[in-house]
Design a protein around this ligand. Structure first.
Ligand SMILES: Cc1cc2nc3c(=O)[nH]c(=O)nc-3n(C[C@H](O)[C@H](O)[C@H](O)COP(=O)(O)OP(=O)(O)OC[C@H]3O[C@@H](n4cnc5c(N)ncnc54)[C@H](O)[C@@H]3O)c2cc1C
Length: 70
């Protein structure tokens, strides 16, 4: 199968890149081992607008936005 871009990294930084690519109507294959660096933290600290939100929830919401595309 053909993809315009392959991103090896599917968390915050990778998803931010993916969102731009999807919005530019590029087909993207994401390869991710699923080991978020902040997986040991119960929630975010000093993250403006998202303070106290569980890290997994932030990641899930970001993923939903990327999969939703535009
Ligand atoms: C305990 C802890 C608490 C934190 N708390 C906060 C906080 O409150 N507020 C804040 O702003 N920041 C916090 N941070 C920092 C923040 O979590 C990190 O800056 C952020 O997770 C980095 O996101 P990232 O997308 O760059 O990388 P990561 O979250 O590290 O994701 C990288 C992804 O790429 C995958 N990957 C890497 N190499 C490969 C490969 N070769 N093949 C396949 N997959 C691969 C990994 O499995 C992983 O899923 C915290 C960090 C830690 C460790």
């Amino acid at each position: 199968m053909h993809h315009d871009v392959i991103v090896i990294h599917g968390r915050y930084a990778g998803m931010a890149a993916n969102l731009q690519l999807v919005r530019a109507r590029r087909s993207v294959l994401v390869i991710d081992a699923g080991e978020r660096r902040n997986r040991f933290a119960s929630h975010s600290h000093e993250f403006l607008g998202q303070d106290g939100v569980p890290a997994g929830e932030l990641a899930a919401s970001a993923r939903q936005q990327v999969e939703g595309g535009i």
